[in-house]
Design a protein around this ligand. Structure first.
Ligand SMILES: [Zn+2]
Length: 225
């Protein structure tokens, strides 16, 4: 990883070099956060074409999270994103980024599930077919929600978890909020070796975690095509 002219360069073993625009970030953020997050995370950001932005309007929510991912962009609060916490936050938001792929096949399946007639139209003023809807909205389908194996594995492990839950604060259980959050926390754990839910995931959800690892690898292979 090297920095030059507001750009961060990441090289892969195969010689491919990608760059990220970090011109909006202060030098200490680059030094303390980008340099500490793993190269695989930076590579995912660059490969998905995701942009990064500091935004002091991003306030902490109940979980203490000071950032979010929205289609194609990660926004981070500059006031509370320094040090170890910033590294975890960036990795977590990259988890959401990797959960969000263009997956036409799964998107069609998901939409058809909600429609009895696959050729039915949606919308009153401007009726559209499923295909037209997909065309206009894109085919965003979170990997975590679309995967049946993950859903089943998670449900099974969650049943066991409920029988003997740990006495930890809500932050440490953040991954259990939803499958999207479980994916993002697992991504962080896989790529930087830590996340706020690390204990709960490692102790109670090893199979779900293993499935996320597989999904993440599939997701990366898809991007390489
Ligand atoms: Zn999240």
């Amino acid at each position: 990883m090297k920095i030059n002219g507001g750009k961060l360069y990441i090289s892969k073993n195969n010689g491919e070099e990608l760059s990220l625009d970090v011109s909006g970030f202060p030098p200490n953020y680059v030094k303390n956060t980008f340099s500490k997050v793993s190269a695989s995370v930076l590579y995912d950001i660059a490969k998905t074409g995701t942009s990064l932005k500091l935004n002091d309007q991003v306030a902490a929510d109940d979980s203490g999270t000071n950032g979010f991912y929205r289609r194609g962009q990660i926004q981070l609060d500059p006031n509370s994103t320094i040090g170890e916490r910033a590294v975890k936050l960036l990795a977590h938001e990259c988890g959401h980024m990797c959960d969000d792929i263009d997956d036409k096949e799964n998107a069609v399946k998901a939409i058809k599930k909600y429609l009895e007639d696959p050729f039915a139209t949606i919308g009153v003023d401007k009726p559209r077919t499923v295909n037209e809807l997909l065309e206009s909205q894109g085919t965003i389908h979170p990997v975590s929600i679309g995967d049946e194996t993950l859903k089943e594995t998670f449900a099974k492990e969650y049943e066991n978890y409920k029988k003997n839950p740990p006495n930890v604060n809500s932050n440490s259980k953040y991954a259990l909020t939803s499958l999207n959050e479980f994916f993002a926390e697992s991504y962080s754990l896989l790529n930087i070796g830590d996340c706020k839910s690390a204990y709960v995931i490692a102790k109670y959800f090893p199979e779900s975690f293993a499935r996320i690892k597989e999904l993440m690898e599939q997701n990366r292979a898809l991007r390489e095509k």
